[in-house]
Write a new protein. Structure first.
Length: 210
């Protein structure tokens, strides 16, 4: 029997995301629009709409839907932003962002993952996502500054380069820590950066070239 992915996706949004307090209409609509099963390997498609991270190869994972929605909502997106995403991974989070914002600049250090994500996103018709293969801790200097930055893997501390590539009043959401991680929201106020802890999380470590 053919699976009804749309029904599963709707159930995911209602029971895992809305039910847990995500209210931003733009975020909920994006979660309804993006087919998560397109971003996971064939053998895990049947789990695509369950609230769990799934392996995507190269020792990396696609984040659980609730965390994707929570982090996206935490950025308070209006729709006209230029966003830097550190850690393209499967490309799913980039697609969610691209549904809402003007432009997404996505950096991934693992070549194979970046290329695979590009293929999927191009097939799905996204035109507002730019890709770079490189060390995400360095950001994307030539396209900076960014209104918003989202990091989808955990460094031990917030990379300085990413803070510096934020616009004034720009926002950065990032998991920080090794054994114990916390999701942190950083807001730039001219030369100062205000940090707010959001919730405990579990992400793969952020790979860096050094």
């Amino acid at each position: 029997m053919k699976r009804n992915y749309e029904e599963e996706r709707e159930r995911m949004v209602v029971s895992q995301i809305e039910a847990r307090g995500v209210k931003d209409k733009k975020v909920l609509e994006a979660m309804r629009n993006v087919a998560r099963h397109m971003f996971v390997p064939e053998n895990t498609k049947s789990y695509a709409y369950q609230d769990e991270p799934l392996p995507i190869g190269q020792g990396q994972t696609i984040s659980q839907p609730y965390i994707v929605a929570y982090m996206t909502e935490a950025l308070q997106l209006k729709g006209d932003e230029r966003v830097l995403e550190v850690g393209t991974g499967s490309g799913y989070q980039a697609a969610i962002l691209a549904e809402i914002v003007k432009e997404v600049f996505s950096v991934e250090i693992i070549k194979e993952l970046s290329r695979q994500a590009q293929k999927v996103l191009e097939r799905l018709g996204y035109k507002n996502i730019h890709f770079k293969i490189g060390d995400g801790t360095l950001g994307w200097k030539e396209s900076a500054p960014f209104d918003v930055i989202m990091v989808t893997a955990a460094p031990a501390k917030v990379p300085k380069a990413l803070q510096e590539q934020l616009e004034i009043q720009g926002r950065l959401v990032i998991p920080v820590g090794s054994m114990f991680q916390e999701l942190v929201l950083v807001t730039r106020e001219k030369k100062k950066f205000k940090k707010k802890k959001l919730l405990p999380v579990r992400f793969v470590p952020l790979i860096t070239a050094h």
